[in-house]
Design a protein around this ligand. Structure first.
Ligand SMILES: [Zn+2]
Length: 105
């Protein structure tokens, strides 16, 4: 028997339990710290956390959406979804920073 130490892809916690299977039979895991569910091995490249970091890195370095999708082997819609979520996250964090700076005055 081989023991694989699973870590949460969001908060990097080791407090992870099994949480059912996907329709393709792959094990789904749940983090008891943050409550997110995830898989250790994804069939589609676009669902992997490393791919999302690569999308952000490539877009910062000036690559276009079609260029990123071709290089990473994922759909252009996946690239757009990741960039839209990043834009929402950045707008929320800048809004929080503005309220923090306003509170300090
Ligand atoms: Zn977590």
């Amino acid at each position: 028997m081989v023991l694989i130490a699973a870590r949460c892809t969001v908060c990097d916690s080791e407090n992870v339990v099994k949480c059912g299977t996907q329709s393709n039979g792959k094990q789904r895991l749940k983090c008891k710290e943050c409550g997110r569910t995830f898989q250790l091995d994804y069939t589609y490249n676009g669902a992997r956390a490393e791919t999302k970091f690569s999308i952000i890195k490539m877009s910062v370095n000036g690559s276009g959406i079609r260029d990123i999708s071709r290089v990473l082997g994922i759909s252009p819609n996946t690239v757009l979804d990741v960039l839209k979520k990043l834009k929402i996250f950045l707008s929320m964090s800048t809004r929080n920073m503005q309220t923090l700076t306003l509170d300090k005055k």
